[in-house]
Design a protein around this ligand. Structure first.
Ligand SMILES: [Zn+2]
Length: 101
């Protein structure tokens, strides 16, 4: 996957399209990411003991990486990433501004 935890991404499909958020969790095997505040799902929590109330909380559900676009931390634009390799290092570069990101 080209995006990692901590990256800022743009949501390009679904009801959160056009919004930006930070990746909180990445699941490389499933190619899914959890983006802060995106794709919220309501979760009902049952009361565990009598007297306690059940609650409804909102949790960010994972979305497929094809639905997000990386936003370059250097130029702030949604961009494709490329990889460059030097003798002992592999790093990501932004194809828009050419900077390591
Ligand atoms: Zn850039």
């Amino acid at each position: 996957m080209k995006v990692h935890k901590g990256d800022t991404v743009l949501i390009i499909s679904g009801k959160d399209r056009g919004r930006r958020g930070k990746i909180l969790k990445a699941f490389p095997k499933q190619e899914r990411v959890v983006v802060e505040g995106m794709n919220l799902r309501k979760k009902h929590i049952k009361a565990r003991r009598g007297g306690e109330k059940g609650q409804i909380i909102e949790l960010a559900a994972p979305i497929h990486v094809s639905n997000v676009k990386y936003i370059c931390s250097k130029c702030g634009k949604p961009s494709r990433m490329g990889y460059k390799t030097t003798e002992n290092k592999k790093y990501r570069v932004c194809k828009k501004c050419g900077q390591e990101t």
